[in-house]
Design a protein around this ligand. Structure first.
Ligand SMILES: Cc1cc2nc3c(=O)[nH]c(=O)nc-3n(C[C@H](O)[C@H](O)[C@H](O)COP(=O)(O)OP(=O)(O)OC[C@H]3O[C@@H](n4cnc5c(N)ncnc54)[C@H](O)[C@@H]3O)c2cc1C
Length: 309
């Protein structure tokens, strides 16, 4: 069985950025990717210096071309399990039954966005139901915007969305606001609608409003919804990586987990990472992995030298 220096699970921005650095460092690299990058439903990607407005799929196509140009292998597939074999050696098991041996692992499997169960919401995801004003706020600037409350910090989120438009309405469950929240919202002219949302109203394939339980429809052009982030970390759990209280894998500043030989980067480690941040984390992890491999190479070279090889 051929052994790779590094198997990277996940070929989004984090994984491919790591692959670029490692393949340029002349490491044998395999990226395995199951093809569901988190921002793939969005038509355009924003906020990535020099790539602003590029379709997400285009960024990935360019990245794949770059990494394969330096000799990395990229495989479309799913890793179903990662198994430790001795000291700092691993096998990746693929859904087609293949087993791949590797010296180090980088898990860059991203996260899943769990949306509130409101009729019509999921169908509009990444179109006019948005998760992040830094990604898509500019595109809906000065429109009638809504923020779906209920989640932790939704009030602060509404205050941030207010940066992009004067007409912002926060939808919150009844009696959930404190007096301080209310006065802060009023002070910045953010409307508040209290009650339960019944459904999202869509006309001519555009979001047109938010219907409340009493039948009132509040006209809106776009709705910001803070999703619940679920890390795709089952492979890390299987390897025995330590998780923090919120379920995120514990790591150092370069993405090294508590299991020797295993690194993480991007949204699987950091729910706040934008594409450019995920790419940066992948790059930092790649350099740390290469340094770790160099340490092992030195130990082996000294052993061989002393044996007279
Ligand atoms: C709707 C939407 C729009 C967004 N727009 C922007 C934007 O405009 N600008 C911006 O900067 N950020 C945006 N983001 C955030 C952006 O999606 C993330 O920052 C970015 O995707 C993180 O990259 P990543 O590599 O960590 O994860 P991902 O891009 O999600 O990549 C993870 C990859 O791992 C693969 N994978 C998972 N499990 C396995 C497995 N077991 N085996 C093999 N492969 C596996 C997945 O299929 C996926 O391809 C948006 C997010 C959403 C939800």
């Amino acid at each position: 069985m051929n052994e790779f220096d590094v198997v990277i699970v996940g070929g989004g921005a984090a994984g491919l950025s790591a692959a670029l650095v490692l393949s340029r460092a002349r490491r044998r690299v395999l990226v395995v990717d199951s093809g569901s990058q988190r921002n793939s439903p969005a038509a355009h990607m924003h906020g990535y210096l020099s790539r602003d407005g590029l379709p997400p799929a285009k960024l990935l196509a360019i990245a794949r071309q770059e990494v394969t140009g330096y000799g990395a292998d990229v495989l479309d597939g799913e890793v179903t399990d990662l198994v430790a074999c001795g000291k700092s050696r691993f096998q990746a098991l693929l859904s087609d039954g293949r087993r791949i041996a590797t010296r180090r692992l980088l898990v860059a499997t991203g996260l899943r966005d769990e949306l509130p169960d409101i009729p019509g919401l999921a169908n509009r995801w990444a179109r006019d139901v948005l998760h992040c004003p830094y990604c898509h706020g500019y595109e809906v600037r000065d429109r009638q915007l809504g923020v779906l409350g209920g989640a932790l910090d939704a009030v602060r989120y509404a205050q941030i969305v207010r940066q992009w438009a004067k007409d912002v309405v926060l939808f919150v469950p009844a009696k959930s606001l404190t007096n301080v929240h209310r006065s802060e919202l009023v002070a910045r002219s953010i409307g508040v609608i209290e009650g339960d949302v019944r459904r999202i109203v869509v006309e001519d394939d555009h979001l047109s409003g938010v219907e409340m339980d009493d039948g009132t429809v509040i006209p809106r052009d776009a709705l910001f919804v803070p999703p619940k982030f679920i890390a795709n970390n089952s492979l890390l759990v299987g390897l025995g990586c330590e998780l923090d209280q919120e379920g995120w894998a514990v790591r150092d500043s370069n993405g090294r987990t508590t299991v020797p030989g295993v690194w993480i980067a991007g949204n699987v480690a950091n729910p706040r990472a934008q594409v450019i941040t995920a790419a940066g984390e992948g790059s930092a992890a790649a350099m740390a992995i290469n340094a770790d491999l160099v340490e092992e190479d030195i130990r082996k070279a000294v052993r061989d030298f002393n044996r007279g090889f």
